[in-house]
Design a protein around this ligand. Structure first.
Ligand code: IPM
Ligand code: MN
Length: 350
């Protein structure tokens, strides 16, 4: 297969982790007889510095023309002035919205070799295997934003259609797992959440009678995620709650640096990116963990190219390398490997 990949390294550790993940992608391609054509472009702060825009047309156009997009991270102190009107994050949000990537899949599992890193009792981690399906192009992220004198307003808006499509996807994914969906909202307070609950209940009853549905309020879900994480499987929720709950869920995996994500729409290229940010404090030092981005490449192979064996080969290589004791600095204080060396070990294992 021929794969046309747009690579958007972004800011901070983004260039290091995407370069590391490409090393692994090239190894998989070689091993399985595929060819990869990489088109690199600017996003975020790097794009603001070069063009004034966090998502210039010369980035969006090749993204639309690609089969899939690999993204590092955006943002950093250089562009975070509260008074700034142009921000790196706008580039990422606009990319998601322009490409119609309404669902962000964030799997969370616990690697047996990393259980000791998790600040929870080992028995609570038994059987943890979550898939968070975060709605990605609606809600308070994309609502009307304005100032009225010394008041600031962020509108939160959801339509029936926006809820239906992401709930359907979550339910379909649940059919390939343990057929359980937990829908998270704040229906005791928010009107949008009441719509989420109403639509979810109807879609599940009419179209997915074989999948169990449960509803949780986001505040108590934040507690349950830590106190009984193995009680959940597929979790579907709105944009902001999904953003917050997945950083929390990353604690279960041992490090935010390990977690991948796939942002997908009804058609067209998806965006594959680690869930972590640009980590400006460690940028340029070759110490960032590339595994979240490497596992995002596995999700890309599975979702955009339907290459299940190739995706599984990457996941197994990551697992084997962690079993062998290899660690990046976020996972171990001593004898840690650099970003390149970790990626090299994983590539060599494929
Ligand atoms: C994420 C990030 C982004 C988000 C930021 C960088 C805009 O935190 O992908 O989780 O909030 O969606
Ligand atoms: Mn986030």
């Amino acid at each position: 297969m021929h794969m046309r990949i747009a690579v958007l390294p972004g800011d901070g550790i983004g260039p290091e982790v995407t370069a590391a993940a490409l090393q692994v992608l090239e190894r998989v391609a070689q091993r399985f007889g595929h060819s990869v054509d990489v088109h690199e472009a600017l996003i975020g702060g790097a794009a603001i510095d070069a063009t004034g825009s966090p998502l210039p047309d010369e980035t969006l156009a090749p993204c639309r023309d690609s089969d899939a997009i690999l993204l590092g991270a955006v943002g950093g102190p250089k562009w975070s002035d509260p008074g700034a009107t142009v921000r790196p994050e706008q580039g990422l949000l606009r990319l998601r919205s322009e490409l119609g990537l309404f669902a962000n899949l964030r799997p969370v599992t616990v690697h047996p070799a990393l259980v000791d890193l998790v600040p929870l009792k080992a028995e609570r981690l038994q059987g943890v295997d979550l898939l968070v399906v975060r709605e990605l192009t609606g809600g308070i992220y994309f609502g009307e934003k304005r100032r009225e004198g010394d008041v600031a307003i962020d509108g939160c808006r959801y339509s029936v259609l926006e809820i239906e499509r992401v709930v359907r996807l979550a339910a379909q994914l649940a059919r390939g797992r343990t057929r359980r969906v937990t829908q998270v909202d704040k229906a005791n307070v928010l009107e949008t959440s009441r719509l989420w609950r109403e639509v979810t209940t109807r879609v599940m009853r009419e179209e997915f009678p074989d999948v169990a549905i449960e509803h949780q309020l986001v505040d108590s879900m934040a507690m349950h995620l830590i106190s009984k994480p193995s009680a959940f499987d597929v979790i579907v929720t709105e944009n902001l709650f999904g953003d917050i709950l997945t950083d929390e869920a990353a604690v279960l995996a041992g490090s935010l640096g390990l977690l991948p994500s796939a942002s997908i729409g009804a058609s067209g290229p998806g965006v594959y990116e680690p869930i972590h940010g640009s980590a400006p404090d460690i940028a340029g030092r070759n110490i960032a963990n590339p595994i979240g981005t490497i596992l995002s490449v596995a999700m890309m192979l599975r979702w955009s190219f339907k290459l299940e064996a190739e995706a599984a080969a990457i996941e197994k290589a990551v697992s084997d390398v962690l079993h062998s004791g290899a660690r990046t600095a976020d996972l171990s204080r001593e004898n840690s490997l650099g970003t390149d060396a970790m990626a090299g070990l994983i590539a060599a294992q494929i």
